[in-house]
Write a protein that binds this ligand. Structure first.
Ligand code: TXA
Ligand code: MG
Length: 353
């Protein structure tokens, strides 16, 4: 794996990005930073190149990839004409952490990218290096998160190297990713009262922000069943995901009950001789005794906690922690994505105490 470490110097960065872009053009796989997490890119039109992504990640072939673009001109070649709501969302949130699922133009990308669906997830990232790389390659760039399938997504080039070194062609190291959680994935649904948004995966753009631009269809919303019957859900969300090797338990409830519960469990686990960890908010981190207590931020700033979540989950692995208790937060704003990832890491188990 060839690694380009971007530096302060503009001229050497330009050369590095051009080399990386040339690799993409030749059908190679290149990992690169975005404002959400690091992605593993390949030319979306090249089936051999896209196949390398699935192999390197060990990704199930029924899980489609997001295609990254640098301009809306590029988008015209990939998807069918889109409606007014999609247009408003693009204008408001692109470049940015929003992936929009739209009907794909036949033959525009390799069938591996869409995993056989007739839709394509697309996004224009808000990261200078990512945009320059895509632009310079001239390719629509298919890029899932650059982790081994099932593991926490990479927010540093070192995480990518940890999972994929030797199995990908290139890696552009440009420091930490931004948000630290993946993009929000949405689809547009035709309902009785016009177009609406369905959130397939919560992420960097929040429900509260989306709500300002359009109606959000709830799971239970009866209008939801009116739309196209075969509306694809996000296939990726059915897998165990974002998980460290240790087993994760997420605990929700009154803070003092949560703390008492976790402390009791820690005591029992330490009698059994298990290596224990706690992922606590800064305010509570001092209240636990475990082999490793980590905090990635304050309860009053879930954005910063989100930024550090995946690095923390990886750190539990590095220290050989077998059992991890994590404090829940309110599932609003970026907290919705934070809780979604934690609960996936815990194989969908959430304990209320
Ligand atoms: O922030 C992100 O979105 C990062 C960076 C690299 O852009 N990428 C990312 O890709 O998280 P990945 O492959 O790890 O997750 C893509 C998600 C999966 O849950 C997948 O099932 C869903 O998007 N998806 C992709 N195409 C879809 C489609 N046509 N219909 C429904 N869901 C789709
Ligand atoms: Mg992923």
């Amino acid at each position: 794996t060839r690694v380009w470490h971007l530096q302060q110097d503009e001229e050497s960065n330009r050369q590095d990005i051009e080399e990386a872009a040339a690799c993409l053009k030749e059908g190679k796989t290149v990992a690169f930073p975005t404002e959400t997490v690091y992605g593993l890119g390949a030319d979306a039109r090249n089936t051999d190149a896209v196949a390398k992504i699935f192999t390197a990640k060990g990704r199930p072939s029924d899980n489609p990839l997001i295609v990254h673009i640098a301009s809306t001109t590029q988008l015209l070649q990939l998807v069918k004409p889109w409606g007014e709501l999609a247009d408003r969302l693009m204008k408001r949130f692109w470049p940015g952490a929003l992936t929009i699922v739209l009907p794909v133009k036949e033959g525009a990308v390799s069938a591996l990218v869409t995993a056989g669906l007739d839709t394509l997830g697309v996004r224009m990232p808000q990261h200078r290096t990512a945009l320059r790389l895509i632009e310079s390659s001239g390719c629509p760039v298919a890029a899932p998160s650059a982790n081994r399938s099932g593991r926490p997504s990479p927010t540093l080039a070192a995480h990518v190297a940890e999972d994929l070194s030797g199995s990908i062609d290139g890696l552009v190291d440009d420091g930490p990713a931004g948000v630290g959680l993946e993009s929000t994935v949405i689809e547009i649904v035709e309902g009785l009262s016009g177009e609406a948004i369905r959130i397939l995966r919560p992420g960097g753009v929040t429900r509260e922000e989306l709500q300002k631009l359009g109606h959000i269809l709830e799971e239970s919303d009866p209008a939801g069943s009116i739309g196209p019957e075969a509306a694809p859900r996000s296939p990726g969300m059915k897998y165990r995901h974002y998980a460290p090797r240790g087993s994760v338990r997420v605990v929700d409830g009154e803070p003092k009950h949560v703390q008492a519960h976790i402390r009791r469990e820690l005591a029992a686990a330490s009698i059994r001789g298990e290596r224990t960890g706690v992922l606590a908010f800064e305010e509570h981190a001092g209240r636990y005794e475990a082999d490793l207590v980590l905090s990635c931020g304050s309860l009053s700033d879930i954005r910063s906690a989100a930024h550090g979540l995946y690095a923390a989950l990886r750190e539990f692995d590095t220290q050989g922690i077998e059992l991890i208790w994590a404090e829940a937060c309110r599932a609003e704003g970026i907290g919705a994505a934070y809780m979604n990832r934690l609960i996936k890491a815990a194989s969908n188990q959430l304990q209320h105490v």
